[in-house]
Design a protein around this ligand. Structure first.
Ligand code: DHE
Length: 561
């Protein structure tokens, strides 16, 4: 279907609900009842929008607009869209997944739901409402005012070794004691919580969910629970506090996927103070109506946050020293910015530009791009992993969703005995072979000799249910396979139980892996001895449903990875 200039302009302006645009797309899209459409809309926002975008313009996932056209480098036009693919083909893609990294949804959705989704995405995208200061302030709740909170730690837990664990499908986090492996508290939070981040003080956990709800948990309470919460939008992924000397935890910042914006809040209460839109121009010079906020980190060397804007490929350094007269430095990098982590010196932030197959390194001291490094397909570092390579010196590692390697990038170091590695800086010095593509997270610890990598997005059960461990002293050796599903001792399940997100304990002697089953399957966290790779403990409890990310308080607080 050819789109009129008016339709293309409407989409570019984010006016997808213009009556004529709706009428044109609906004329060709398969019929749906009102109930089917409402249910498909909910599934789309909960399960699909994260990768494909609310406006379906694509990012980690493909563009899913009913029809699109784009100019190719040779000047010719390419056209495509869900209407062109049709219901049968779309059903197959949704049910079985793709080699490009989309998982199969036949485990998660019924046949009828798959069919309804295949029809739904041929219709013009539904656009959720904006969410401004008024809506945010109305949603803001201080459950326990600052003056009524404990003046000292009221429990006997070793908070440094506590883990905040995402229970993805129940909208909760479990606070698990790293010493005893007991669940200390299950806290109701937003839907499909994404990440937990720590206050500079190590006392508060900030938890952000896919429904845009940000919850502040006070670990000093006898039973740690939520002391403040706010909804920052209808979809969000990232949160941090101000960490620079003199501003410790004064502010918090949360980035939203929808609406595309970030909000600066009071750190201790979450009172919203300042809202900034991220809509704007991409690195290619085109307007984008939905540039979502991906990862955010706080600099320790300046009063600044590094805010990575996915669809524009622009990295914003947000100076919070005067939020009434907010200064931003915009650094051009590449599309689509996603997740990332610090190098060992914490001067450089390395972020994946996953659609460009690049890693962008920001120098937070000079406020400039230090390097744009070509890698294999779709880098996905999580926060990455830092270690000293026996041959190439300090490196930062990233895995890949789209290729069977772990990439090692040389990073600068001021240490005298590292001077000889300077010539390697920002080069890919080694690609470690993985048994397949589909990695999401790599992890190590300064006290460990191992580098752990998962492959949960691989379509092969054997791979997705395992993790792979490299010996960092001998990186020419193949990694050892650790089959987490088998080690869990849990009964086999129809759905693949994805082994995801290695996380060290505070001492660097244990590694925790989530075994992420379906909502009705028994899930677990399997704890390994890092030296022997033997199981130390299987943490499983009927209340622990679909565990995914795990955040050790001390390691998260100090960015140890
Ligand atoms: Fe994540 C980090 C976005 C799917 C588990 N994820 C991040 C970050 C972003 C992001 C922007 C970086 C936050 C930061 O550091 O400030 N994730 C997205 C998506 O857009 C995507 C692709 C689709 C979606 O719908 O959300 C997506 N992520 C997933 C999952 O399916 C995972 C595996 C399971 C889950 O819980 O939903 C998942 N993402 C995680 C985890 C981190 C993360 C565990 C933090 C890693 C860390 O070690 O810090």
């Amino acid at each position: 279907m050819k789109r009129s200039t008016a339709q293309m302009a409407a989409t570019a302006l984010g006016l997808a609900a213009l009556p004529f645009a709706v009428a044109t797309a609906f004329a060709q899209a398969p019929a749906m009842t009102k109930e089917e459409r409402e249910s498909a809309k909910k599934i789309y926002f909960e399960r699909c929008a994260g990768c494909h975008g609310v406006l379906r313009k694509g990012a980690t996932g493909k563009n899913l607009e009913p029809s699109w056209s784009r100019k190719l480098p040779d000047g010719s036009m390419q056209e495509g869209g869900t209407l062109k693919l049709g219901t049968n083909r779309l059903e197959k893609i949704i049910a079985n997944g793709t080699e490009g990294g989309m998982v199969n949804f036949d485990d998660i959705l019924s046949k009828e739901e798959v069919n309804a989704m295949a029809r739904y995405i041929q219709h013009t995208p539904d656009v959720p409402p904006e969410f401004g200061m008024k809506e945010m302030t109305e949603s803001w709740k201080v459950v326990v005012p600052v003056e009524q909170r404990p003046k000292k730690q009221m429990n006997a837990f070793n908070l440094k070794n506590m883990f905040s664990v995402t229970l993805r499908d129940t909208g909760e986090v479990a606070l698990i004691d790293g010493d005893t492996k007991e669940i200390r508290s299950i806290v109701k939070t937003g839907y499909a919580v994404h990440i937990s981040r720590l206050s500079k003080s190590g006392r508060y956990v900030y938890v952000i969910g896919r429904d845009g709800r940000l919850s502040l948990i006070d670990l000093w309470m006898e039973k740690p629970s939520v002391v403040a919460e706010i909804k920052v939008g209808s979809d969000a992924r990232s949160v941090d506090t101000s960490q620079f000397k003199g501003y410790e935890d004064k502010y918090a910042i949360a980035g939203s996927y929808w609406p595309p914006q970030y909000v600066i809040m009071e750190g201790a209460t979450l009172k919203p103070l300042k809202l900034v839109s991220t809509r704007g121009i991409t690195v290619d010079g085109d307007y984008h109506p939905e540039p979502r906020v991906a990862s955010i980190v706080s600099s320790e060397i300046k009063p600044e946050w590094v805010v990575n804007i996915k669809e524009t490929g622009q990295i914003r350094l947000v100076d919070y020293s005067d939020i009434k007269n907010l200064k931003e430095t915009t650094i051009e990098s590449a599309k689509f910015l996603h997740d990332g982590g610090w190098d060992a010196s914490k001067r450089y932030f390395l972020v994946a530009a996953n659609a460009s197959h690049k890693i962008a390194a920001v120098d937070t001291k000079t406020g400039k791009l230090a390097a744009l490094i070509d890698t294999k397909k779709i880098p996905h570092p999580g926060r990455g992993a830092n270690f000293v390579h026996p041959q190439f010196g300090p490196v930062w590692a990233t895995g890949h969703l789209g290729d069977a390697v772990v990439t090692l990038i040389s990073t600068p170091s001021d240490k005298k005995d590292h001077a000889k590695f300077k010539g390697n800086n920002w080069k890919v010095v080694q690609e470690l072979k993985m048994p397949g593509a589909g990695n999401l997270f790599v992890k190590t610890h300064p006290k460990s000799a191992n580098l752990w990598a998962d492959v949960p997005q691989n379509p092969e059960r054997e791979l997705a249910e395992s993790v792979y461990v490299y010996d960092m002293k001998n990186l020419s050796k193949a990694p050892r396979q650790v089959n987490v599903a088998k080690d869990s001792g849990l009964p086999a399940s129809k759905a693949i139980r994805r082994a995801v997100h290695p996380e060290y304990d505070q001492t660097g002697s244990e590694v925790w892996i989530s075994l992420w089953g379906g909502k009705t399957d028994q899930s677990a966290i399997v704890v390994y001895d890092d030296k022997t790779l033997k199981v130390k403990k299987v943490i499983t409890d009927p209340k622990m449903i679909t565990p995914t990310g795990k955040f050790n308080v001390y390691n998260t607080q100090h960015d140890i990875y």
